[in-house]
Design a protein around this ligand. Structure first.
Ligand code: SAH
Length: 257
């Protein structure tokens, strides 16, 4: 589906930006790059900046006009660093990504068009687009680097695509150790801990069993508040065991917590 979304770069001057755009696209799962009159391409600088996405550069289509770049597209999104250059349907990147995905779900092809580093897209070029897309940057410094702008739009396209496909946006792989790390301790484990804690405090002479005062109540309140995990409980129990050995003058068995 993402293959039906093409990225069109118009009259780019710096080949590094073409490479950067290719990398941004490949990161987000897009592969169709169309270059309208690039000023310096192919170029080793583009390959360097693409760092591993040179397959996208190799298969890039080079054309002479924007019109040619848009053949077969049913919806065109033109990006502009300036807000409301000409009155036109304006979207933010998230809205444009949603519209883009809706189109490709219907089997249509769409284009995201990016302008020149120094001058953006001309009014004539912008009028060939169905929508204008503006990244809502700080109005006092609203022009992003070309490849960065490509990254923002393609990221939003990927997020919209993942949502449409019901795919997760987070890696939910919990390993055994991290399960132990996050799994909360149970009431009975906590009770065993309080028992050992009390015995240890007696062993080291901190708690007088004949005059316990409110010490255990206060410690229960403290530990009860802290949401201890199973792993943390293991550490605390280990500390108590070694403390008891010290108090009794028994030898220690060094081990990693
Ligand atoms: N001086 C130019 C800046 C162009 S930046 C101008 O004022 O138009 C190069 C390209 O990056 C733009 O043509 C556009 O495609 C994209 N771009 C940069 N900043 C953007 C922004 N805030 N929103 C949308 N596209 C942006």
């Amino acid at each position: 589906m993402l293959q039906n979304i093409r990225v069109v770069l118009v009259n780019t001057s710096h080949p590094g930006n073409i490479g950067g755009a290719a990398r941004a696209m490949k990161n987000m799962g897009l592969s169709r790059l169309v270059l309208v009159e690039p000023q310096d391409f192919p170029s080793p600088e583009a390959v360097a900046r693409a760092s591993g996405a040179s397959d996208i550069l190799d298969s890039a289509q080079i054309v002479a006009t924007l019109e040619e770049a848009l053949v077969g597209c049913s919806q065109v999104f033109g990006t502009s660093a300036r807000d409301r250059r000409i009155p036109w349907p304006l979207l933010d990147p998230r809205e444009s990504a949603k519209a883009c995905i809706e189109q490709v779900q219907l089997g249509a092809e769409v284009a995201l068009v990016f302008g020149r580093e120094y001058a953006g897209l001309t009014n004539e070029e912008l009028q060939r687009c169905h929508f204008h897309v503006h990244i809502p940057a700080d109005p006092d410094f609203s022009s992003l680097n070309l490849a960065t702008a490509v990254q923002v739009l393609t990221y939003e396209v990927r997020m919209a695509w993942l949502a449409a496909e019901g795919l997760p946006t987070k890696m939910a792989k919990l390993e055994t150790t991290s399960m132990l790390n996050t799994q909360p301790v149970t009431m009975d484990e906590l009770e065993k801990f309080y028992g050992q804690l009390e015995a240890t405090l007696v062993d080291i002479g901190f708690l007088d069993p004949l005059k316990p005062r409110h010490l255990m109540t206060r410690l229960r309140r403290l530990y009860g508040r802290s949401g201890i995990s199973k792993l943390e409980m293991n550490i605390l129990r280990g500390i108590l065991t070694e403390t008891q050995k010290t108090a009794r003058g028994e030898p220690h068995k060094r081990r990693e917590p």
